[in-house]
Design a protein around this ligand. Structure first.
Ligand SMILES: NC(=O)c1ccc[n+]([C@@H]2O[C@H](COP(=O)([O-])OP(=O)(O)OC[C@H]3O[C@@H](n4cnc5c(N)ncnc54)[C@H](OP(=O)(O)O)[C@@H]3O)[C@@H](O)[C@H]2O)c1
Length: 328
């Protein structure tokens, strides 16, 4: 075992956690038990994608990493929720229809060592201010936020603007003003951009523009606005909040497989919802992720390898966009 990865004991302000009456190892037996005490509460063994990052310290209080999922009954969210709970993270799922509560609660039922799972019934259409969004974030105590909601093209365009643009931006801005929120992952789509990226051919850009201008103009307008808002708000936090814009193509219900992640060769193709959830889960857990746009298609690379690579190589598909301004 390497020095960087030796067993550790957990302490808070020098007091071993068992002395504080906290028997973490009963609930989380995979937390190492011996070795050098930690100052700030953390695990000294930090693989690139941590499967053990279950605790954070905030003003001397011990707490689980808590993820707020907006659009908790959505298909991607239903794949993602068990993955997060498996990390022993707490999850709060926001849904609109109370009839979905039991189905959402079942998502974590069979997971051993699952984190706490709560369901909140709220309509995102009624979040009409940053303050309204902040009230939800504060009520939940979210550390990470996942936006996987969407009008799905149902209703008139004003519904798309209310949800995919306005409510998303309220949550983004509110999160950027909430110090405890350190990651915001927004599920967008790969053609959501204003200009042709240098790594796509004219033909690829024409195909993307056809979707944006002819097929989904309102969705495109809403998503570009939200993606840019996340990029700007995240940058304004000076690195405190990573704004992760995950950008799959047409979503399918195919089983998870390999992926192409970062700057994809083509604007066309499809993305398995289950793979999107796996990439989202890995991006929330990986060390060192920053303010970034990552396009995603079904492909050949293993999900964890792809996530580690894009973080290590600082791949950013926002490059070339006005909002990028040459920096993350
Ligand atoms: N479809 C595609 O091909 C595609 C491609 C790229 C990216 N995306 C994006 O990927 C994300 C996830 O996709 P998905 O397939 O998982 O979507 P989905 O199954 O349609 O899930 C979206 C969720 O948002 C919820 N929602 C809608 N309006 C709401 C409101 N006012 N208040 C609260 N919740 C509300 C829906 O609730 P209800 O169940 O009550 O309707 C639904 O559960 C979306 O952001 C989508 O825009 C989609």
């Amino acid at each position: 075992m390497s020095n960087q990865c030796r067993p550790t004991s957990l302490s808070l302000g020098g007091i071993p956690l068992p002395h504080l009456g906290i028997d973490l190892h009963r609930k989380y037996p995979y937390i190492p038990t011996r070795g050098a005490p930690l100052g700030p509460l953390r695990n000294s063994c930090s693989p690139s994608i941590s499967h053990r990052k279950i605790l954070t310290q905030n003003d001397g209080k011990i707490k689980m990493t808590h993820v707020l999922i907006l659009g908790g009954y959505g298909k991607v969210a239903q794949h993602l929720t068990p993955l997060l709970l498996k990390r022993s993270w707490a999850v709060t799922s926001i849904i609109r229809d109370p009839a979905q509560t039991d189905a959402v609660k079942k998502l974590g039922e069979k997971i051993s060592h699952a984190g706490k799972h709560d369901v909140l019934v709220r309509s995102l259409e009624e979040i009409t201010s940053d303050e309204g969004a902040k009230a939800v974030i504060d009520e939940v105590g979210a550390d990470y936020i996942v936006w996987s909601a969407g009008a799905g093209g149902k209703g008139d365009p004003s519904r798309t603007f209310k949800i995919d643009r306005d409510a998303a931006i309220h949550f983004i801005r509110a999160a950027s003003h909430t110090p405890r929120v350190t990651r915001f992952l927004l599920v967008s789509y790969n053609s959501s951009r204003r200009s042709k990226p240098s790594w796509w051919s004219d033909e690829e850009w024409a195909a993307a523009e056809h979707i944006n201008k002819e097929i989904l103009p309102h969705y495109n307008e809403a998503k570009v606005a939200a993606d840019e808002a996340l990029y700007s708000a995240s940058r304004e936090t000076g690195g405190r909040m990573a704004g992760i814009c995950l950008r799959p193509s047409w979503l399918t219900d195919e089983p998870a497989g390999g992926v192409e992640l970062g700057k994809t060769k083509t604007s066309r193709g499809s993305s398995s919802r289950e793979s999107v959830a796996r990439v989202a889960d890995a991006l929330l857990a990986v060390e060192g992720v920053g303010n970034v746009w990552l396009d995603m298609l079904d492909g050949e690379e293993d999900v964890e390898e792809a996530v580690k690579r894009v973080v290590r190589e600082k791949v950013n598909a926002a490059e070339g966009e006005e909002v990028y301004q040459g920096r993350a």
